[in-house]
Design a protein around this ligand. Structure first.
Ligand code: NAD
Length: 358
């Protein structure tokens, strides 16, 4: 950090704690909401029904068809339903897919979103929306989609499978890593990023050992909140651009893709971002090389480590390298087509990041 910064707080309210879902009606009161549409993914239907029961006649409908990357036709149907039901807001129950659907409705009709996140992806803390039309994912920023209120209840994450907990947790770490070297980092975001990584690095092994460990679940969700807040406050660099290209073009799974790519992009950037390396070394103790420390953590947690195992063909490396370099964006180290190809090649084969990437 040079000493100069701009910091703008996102206007939102967070309620955190085991059992805090029971305060959902209070949150709706706080926002003056009386007729909400509840949104979730198909596998979260039980939790959404619990939420609907908790809200009684304040819940005017439930949709359980949220999917990744928010298909535009689904967003249009959900928006039309919200209008026809006279909804005055949406409650999203689930991960980034459910929140993404709520954001799409908010974008069109400015209906407030109350988010109840059940993964560590972090979308609930950002004014970023995404929508997919004809195989192309469009994204944008609009304060209308920023959830007004977020309820983080670790009890709702107890059933998140270990594999998804780990990759979703590393997805959160990726936000903090790129925030730490973002051009618009500020001191408060740097603190949040470092503490978010610290919380997740200790929580994920605890969850892997005992998925219903209350302390582990609470620490992981707190870490996800902190990391998500850093995503909402800064501009992301090469790692997020690459994952966007891999997800959008090849439809690779979101959180596992972040997990595989992160150590390699960090290894590439480390030599150009000493302050981020210092912060990450404090958060991931025992090394001055956070990139390899992260890769080792992923291996210890049995997370996917290669793009090949996620379904990417080696022949697709060039196409993605081109896509990730055909527009310029900020990154602490200059991005060349050759460098991105090398990063993709290493991530594709699943090798531990090497000295040459640094
Ligand atoms: P997701 O929401 O699709 O959830 C993954 C799967 O886990 C789903 O099947 C879901 O039903 C299930 N699940 C969720 N919580 C569970 C729980 N507690 N127990 C058991 N199963 C559970 O995936 P995600 O990784 O949370 O989100 C990915 C999507 O979010 C992508 O579309 C991505 O682009 C988007 N995203 C957007 C932002 C943003 O700022 N706009 C940030 C991060 C992610």
């Amino acid at each position: 950090m040079t000493g100069e910064f701009v910091y703008e707080a996102n206007p939102m309210r967070v309620r955190f704690g085991a059992g805090s879902l029971s305060a959902l009606a209070d949150e709706l009161d706080h926002l003056g909401l009386r007729r909400v549409l509840v949104l979730c993914s198909p596998s979260q239907q039980n939790t959404a029904e619990r939420v609907a029961a908790l809200l009684g006649d304040r819940c005017v409908g439930t949709r359980s068809d949220a999917v990744m990357h928010v298909p535009a036709d689904l967003a249009a149907r959900a928006s039309a339903e919200a209008v026809s039901l006279g909804a005055d807001g949406c409650v999203t129950v689930g991960g980034g897919s459910a929140i993404g659907l709520g954001k799409a409705i908010a974008l069109e009709h400015h209906l407030p979103v109350v988010a109840v996140p059940t993964t560590y992806a972090g979308s609930e803390m950002t004014p970023v929306w995404g929508m997919t039309r004809d195989g192309h994912k469009e994204t944008g920023r609009d304060t209308a989609v920023l959830p007004r209120s977020v309820i983080y209840d670790p009890d709702l994450t107890m059933g998140l499978p270990v594999g998804l907990s780990v990759t979703s947790g590393i997805n959160a770490v990726a936000h903090a890593v790129e925030a730490l070297y973002a051009p618009d980092i500020s001191p408060i975001i740097a603190l949040m990023a470092e503490d978010g990584v610290r919380a997740l690095a200790s929580a994920l092994p605890a969850i892997a050992q005992d998925p219903s460990d209350p302390q582990g679940r609470s620490d992981a969700l707190r870490g996800a909140w902190l990391c998500g807040a850093t995503l909402g406050a800064t501009t992301m660099s090469l790692h997020h651009k690459l994952c966007h290209a891999l997800g959008g073009t090849l439809n690779l799974p979101h959180a596992p893709t972040h997990t595989v790519v992160l150590p390699h992009v960090l290894a590439f950037n480390q030599s150009h971002t000493p302050e981020a390396v210092a912060a990450l070394s404090r958060a991931l103790p025992g090394t001055a090389d956070p990139a390899r420390r992260l890769w080792d953590l992923c291996r210890a947690l049995d997370a996917p480590r290669s793009l090949a195992e996620l379904g990417m063909q080696e022949s697709e490396i060039d196409r993605i390298a081109e896509e990730a370099t055909n527009r310029s964006y900020g990154n602490p180290r200059p991005v060349t087509r050759e460098a991105v190809t090398a990063i993709l090649r290493a991530a594709w084969s699943g090798d531990r990041p090497t000295e040459s990437e640094q």
